[in-house]
Design a protein around this ligand. Sequence first.
Ligand SMILES: [Zn+2]
Ligand SMILES: [Zn+2]
Length: 176
Amino acid sequence: MKLNAHEIEEAAKELVYEESTDSLNGLLLHGQVCDFEFPAAAEVRLDYYRAGQELFFQGHIAGDVVGHCARCLEEYTFDLGKDFFLVLVPKSELPADVELSGDELDLSFYDGDQIDLSPLIREQIILALPTRPLCRDDCKGLCPTCGANLNTQACACTASSGDSRLAVLRNLKVGS
Ligand SMILES: [Zn+2]
Ligand SMILES: [Zn+2]
């Protein structure tokens, strides 16, 4: 999504558009497995306005994300709900006294008249993703012995895992 800086006025204007997530799908490859995938474009809703040479973009990104759980390997879908507040200043005017507060406020630079929002929005999407995909905080994962998904079933190995070494000893005694 591109905007012309000279058309951005002090009075806020609203912009709603769909940001393609195609390039993100390739980015998030983690070895062989993609941690996160985007089945569709993200919906971006924002207000934009200027104060002098500084341009402000404040809004929200929504859209489905498919995560691949790092523990149980199941797919799960969640909504990417990300608020953002971007401030763009001209590259020629490096501000010495800009106060940054909170992590919702991000300062970037623009050069010339054309503002390309897409890379900034994609960066916000990446920032919104959890560091590790988990279908739920208490996901029990897979049994290391039989591979059963312990969220949905209790396998025999879990039931006897406490005394598996004793079982080996018992078998030895039987054998001797
Ligand atoms: Zn899981
Ligand atoms: Zn098992």
